[in-house]
Ligand binder design. Structure first.
Ligand code: ZN
Length: 380
């Protein structure tokens, strides 16, 4: 096209984007924009670039290469497709990948973003119940109607969809020896569906990946798209010379990132609540209770206002530190209000699960692994 317009509204606080056929509307924080003299994009600007890249990629993937089901949609009612994982997930995969390929961010900073996506998915136990195909299909009734049980019940077709796209790309790169990658699949989709404006049928994407690659990928799609098992990311990332590990979070701000393990495990085991709280008058308001966590075992429910643990007053700011100081076998009292009723529960913290992802560039990789890594991230 001759002209593509980025319409950016920079505000005090806000974030979001919407794709159009030849433009995008973006909302960002004023503070995210680059500061004078900044040599490398800071966290906020990197996120903004990722957003701009995401909406720009939609110019192809969803605005022109479109699901058949959305082509003649009846706009008076919901339209259902199981393909949102591909249209949003593949776009989410390419948004940050393009930043590193374009040389706007370093490889380490890209892997940090990827690790955080993996952490988000690993912290959603709903991934064991809902596949990305189901998450796509149920977007109207579940993803956009999230309640306090959402992390236990659903998975994001954006975040897990991006990991599925990564897994597919790395599978193709290894099994086709670099001759076919997800880039080739996207080009074929453009030729057959984008240029011609022929919608993509519900099973056509898989057929096309198999056609372009010459591989039988049924087992891959059964696991990654229709299944609820975890993706073999460790094995796949090793094929491009990237280390992967899961470890417990060090604190509540820890979302994983780029980090080479410095021998052994990451710190001592830490006791956690097994839920999420927000600040409230007089205590910590429980917003989420995670499946198989300590809070659930104690009988805590979303909406409860925790006021004391071990007879010490708590608030949203200190509750995690207070629990972290307890041993995992220690049984203490927990006072909370459920509506206007005071309850005293037996609470026994549990060790933080290994749900935090670290990625790093493996040292001393040579031959085909190095070649694949350079082809994937762009040789810098
Ligand atoms: Zn999108």
């Amino acid at each position: 096209m001759d002209r593509y317009l980025f319409q950016v509204m920079a505000v005090g606080d806000g974030y979001g984007g919407l794709e159009h056929r030849s433009s995008t509307s973006l909302l960002c924080k004023r503070d995210d924009l680059p500061k004078f003299g900044e040599k490398e994009p800071g966290d906020g600007y990197r996120q903004f670039l990722g957003l701009a890249s995401h909406e720009y990629f939609h110019l192809w993937n969803v605005k022109r290469i479109r699901p058949k089901r959305l082509m003649q949609a009846d706009l008076t009612r919901e339209v259902y497709t199981g393909l949102l994982w591909a249209f949003e997930g593949i776009t989410s995969y390419y948004d940050d990948l393009m930043l590193v390929r374009a040389g706007l961010i370093k490889r380490e900073r890209y892997l940090e973003l990827l690790a955080r996506t993996a952490t988000r998915v690993m912290r959603t136990s709903g991934r064991r119940l809902q596949s990305v195909a189901e998450s796509s299909f149920d977007a109207w009734t579940k993803f956009y109607k999230q309640d306090e049980n959402a992390p236990n019940a659903i998975v994001s077709y954006y975040a897990k969809g991006a990991l599925v796209a990564l897994a597919l790309d790395l599978t193709l790169r290894e099994r086709c020896a670099g001759v076919c990658t997800l880039d080739h699949v996207m080009r074929a989709l453009w030729q057959e569906h984008g240029r011609t404006d022929q919608g993509v049928g519900e099973s056509e994407l898989e057929r096309m990946v198999e056609q372009v690659s010459g591989l039988d990928l049924k087992a891959f799609f059964d696991l990654a798209v229709r299944g609820t098992g975890d993706l073999p990311l460790q094995e796949l990332l090793a094929t491009v010379g990237v280390g992967y590990r899961l470890r417990p979070a060090r604190d509540t701000a820890d979302q994983g990132g780029y980090s080479k393990p410095a021998g052994g495990e990451a710190g001592a085991p830490r006791s956690v609540l097994g839920g999420r709280c927000q600040a409230a008058d007089g205590g910590a308001r429980v917003t989420h209770v995670f499946d198989a966590g300590a809070a659930q075992a104690a009988g805590v429910a979303a909406g409860d206002l925790i006021i004391a643990i071990d007879e010490i007053r708590v608030c949203a700011e200190n509750i995690d530190d207070l629990i972290a100081a307890l041993g995992p076998e220690e049984r203490v009292s927990m006072h909370l209000f459920r509506r206007d009723e005071l309850l005293c529960l037996d609470f026994q913290p549990r060790i933080a699960p290994k749900d935090t992802c670290d990625l790093w560039l493996l040292d001393g990789v040579g031959g085909p692994v190095r070649k694949r890594r350079e082809a994937w991230l762009g040789a810098l």
